[in-house]
Design a protein around this ligand. Structure first.
Ligand SMILES: Cc1cc2nc3c(=O)[nH]c(=O)nc-3n(C[C@H](O)[C@H](O)[C@H](O)COP(=O)(O)O)c2cc1C
Length: 344
């Protein structure tokens, strides 16, 4: 694979607390997007955190390119994080420079990097050169990570045949408190990243107002004579809208985030029946237990709320699922509804 964006792509946007291995497996099976992104993981946590902090990078089996997203500031930690991502067999690494959360951006990481382009560029170059070193034989060494993490890597890696190419991409916003696409994206392009995904809001806007696709298009113009792909993001609610945005703004692709919650079918423009929605909710629970047995089942409850919308009995299903802790509890609750909703 030469890269994950060889054609116009419609992909799953990274979402912390949402795009874990079980959700990606479900999205992949029922939506077949062109690319999947993990939740983000701090490079510092990769190095110093517990084994459980690696859960966002648990691998589901998939033919679809899957990109590991990282964030943070510490350059030596970026080196180790890149080596770990390579060991796990991901199809690329994405550096988050767009997260507006105070706990991240106010420390200078995520969207905080928009105000510190020189450090942002150092991060990109560090990750890119780590891949070159990896091609020349550099590997994680004992002592650099806790011994249990090496065991974890062995259990979770998906071997790729030969890695000639390792796309390093960025996900960011149009600016910090005002749009600064011209200068900010020009800085990023100096490093020749594989792709830049741009959410059309500033950090200050958080999720207010609309994603500004004219600002995203300015990045397309800037990148015209480069090899960097420009991916748009923000407020897409259907595959039709995704295709329209790609055409209208001359993009290499788009990522869909919130509209995929409880709706893996969005990528295929399929409207599922209530029976199918609940079948997939149950399958999601099974995947969660299988892929992340040490994960907290509570984090699945929001998914159940998203699946249980817009049909008879939805409110009662939703309420009951808000207290579940295991797959078998989910099954016990859903079984009577399968009978009620069974299609003739
Ligand atoms: C719950 C949640 C978690 C998110 N976590 C991440 C993340 O880990 N990394 C990232 O780059 N963006 C993250 N985002 C931003 C989304 O990827 C996306 O850029 C944003 O939601 C706009 O796209 P949408 O309108 O299609 O949702 C998150 C968004 C939400 C709603």
């Amino acid at each position: 694979m030469a890269g994950w964006c060889n054609k116009k792509v419609i992909g799953l946007s990274p979402m912390d607390g949402v795009t874990d291995a079980s959700f990606r497996a479900i999205i992949d099976k029922y939506g077949s997007p062109d690319v999947l992104f993990t939740e983000f993981l701090s490079v510092e946590a990769i190095v110093n955190g517990s084994i459980n902090s690696l859960l966002p990078f648990v691998r589901e089996k998939s033919e679809t390119p899957t990109i590991a997203q990282v964030y943070g500031l510490d350059l030596p930690s970026y080196i180790l994080a890149t080596l770990l991502v390579l060991e796990l067999g991901f199809d690329g690494i994405d550096i988050n420079m767009g997260c507006p959360a105070k706990s991240i951006a106010y420390h200078g990481a995520g969207a905080g990097l928009i105000q510190n382009p020189s450090h942002a560029k150092q991060i990109i170059k560090t990750v890119q050169t780590t891949f070159l070193d990896w091609k020349n034989g550099l590997r994680l060494k004992s002592g650099q990570l806790k011994p249990a993490k090496f065991e974890w890597i062995k259990q979770n890696r998906i071997k790729r045949s030969k890695i000639d190419n390792f796309p390093v991409s960025i996900k960011t916003r149009i600016g910090y408190d005002t749009s600064t696409v011209q200068s900010w994206i020009s800085h990023l392009l100096e490093c020749e990243p594989y792709a830049i995904t741009i959410h059309g809001r500033t950090l200050k806007q958080m999720y207010k107002d609309k994603s500004d696709w004219n600002e995203i298009h300015k990045a397309v113009v800037l990148a015209k004579n480069s090899n960097t792909k420009i991916i748009g993001n923000g407020d897409i609610k259907s595959a039709g809208q995704a295709n329209n945005k790609i055409k209208k703004y001359d993009l290499d692709g788009v990522l869909i985030g919130r509209a995929s919650m409880g709706n893996p079918w969005i990528f295929k423009s399929i409207v599922p029946t209530p029976y199918t929605r609940l079948t997939v909710a149950l399958e999601h629970a099974r995947q969660f237990e299988k892929l992340t047995p040490s994960g907290n089942f509570q984090s699945l409850r929001k998914h159940f709320a998203w699946y249980s919308k817009g049909f008879d009995y939805a409110a009662s299903v939703r309420n009951k699922l808000m207290h579940v802790n295991t797959y078998s509890e989910v099954k016990t609750i859903l079984d009577p509804y399968f009978l009620l909703l069974k299609e003739k």
